[in-house]
Ligand binder design. Structure first.
Ligand code: BGC
Length: 256
């Protein structure tokens, strides 16, 4: 049975039905602009429009760019502050009339990469980092997710990592890929010290430009660095797979 995956971002909300067993999109994805201001009800209306477009009524997985615990949003670094303490799970399932799972955007992308992408069969610690408006992170050990790791807010010399080296900062400061990779390498060194990962998977908007920055990234240990395989669709696919695992009416694969 297909589940619907919806990825909520700062500028666009995208969705598509997904086969959770293979991670393939079953229809061309639909992208609608994120309403501004992006308050909860306005965003939920767009989510509903996407579900209606696909005539979807079953389980839906939805990503959100913040800390999400049991469907409730607990932070708002790059989203409207009205979301804090909003029960997004309840709000969306009310709008969609069906079961909903809400998950942090990077956790969803990481989940997809661990099952179908660059993190497949990785034992030990794997860390996915998404470089976009902010920096998202997903930490896995033997394929199991440690949710809401929020490593983009790790302080480096007094400043959030995402304020030093997100893709937005690279564009705003017009940094060359070489210069940007130098700042990212300092960040990776701290993560290596903290987690001794086997692999860093680089996702988000930047993953399309892997050939430009990968050669300039350096590491302190033997950790591997790979670009995310699913690029823009990882959030949709991961959210749809998570929705499938939590609803017994659908079959899905787990990482490992
Ligand atoms: C948020 C994270 C999110 C990341 C990427 C950060 O600012 O705190 O929750 O995963 O941006 O969207």
């Amino acid at each position: 049975m297909a589940t619907l995956g919806i990825d909520i971002g700062g500028t666009g909300i995208k969705g598509a039905p997904v086969d959770p067993l293979t991670g393939t999109l079953l229809a061309e994805r639909l992208r609608l602009p994120t309403p501004q201001p992006a308050r909860p009800n306005a965003v939920a209306d767009v989510v509903q429009e996407i579900a209606r477009h696909f005539a979807h009524t079953g389980p839906t997985g939805i990503t959100f760019p913040a800390i999400v615990k049991n469907g409730v949003v607990h932070s708002a670094s790059n989203v409207d502050h009205a979301w804090i303490q909003t029960d997004a799970g309840k709000l969306f399932s009310h709008h969609l009339g069906g079961p909903v799972v809400v998950v942090n955007d990077a956790d969803a992308a990481g989940y997809a990469e661990m099952i179908f992408g660059a993190g497949r069969d990785i034992k030990g610690v794997a860390i996915l980092l998404t470089f976009g408006t902010g920096i998202g992170s997903a930490v896995f050990c033997d394929g199991r997710l440690l949710p809401n790791s929020e490593l983009g807010h790790l302080k480096i010399r007094g400043k959030d990592a995402e304020q030093r080296c997100s893709e937005r900062v690279r564009e705003k400061k017009d940094l060359s890929f070489k210069k940007w990779a130098g700042i990212v390498s300092e960040y990776l060194a701290i993560l290596e010290q903290l987690f001794s990962p086997e692999i860093f998977i680089i996702g988000g908007g930047i993953s399309k430009k892997a050939d430009k920055f990968l050669p300039h990234l350096t590491t302190k240990t033997d950790v591997r660095i790979q670009p995310a395989k699913m690029q823009n669709d990882a959030g949709i696919i991961g959210a749809a797979c998570l929705a499938a695992t939590t609803h017994p009416s659908t079959k899905a694969r787990n990482p490992k």
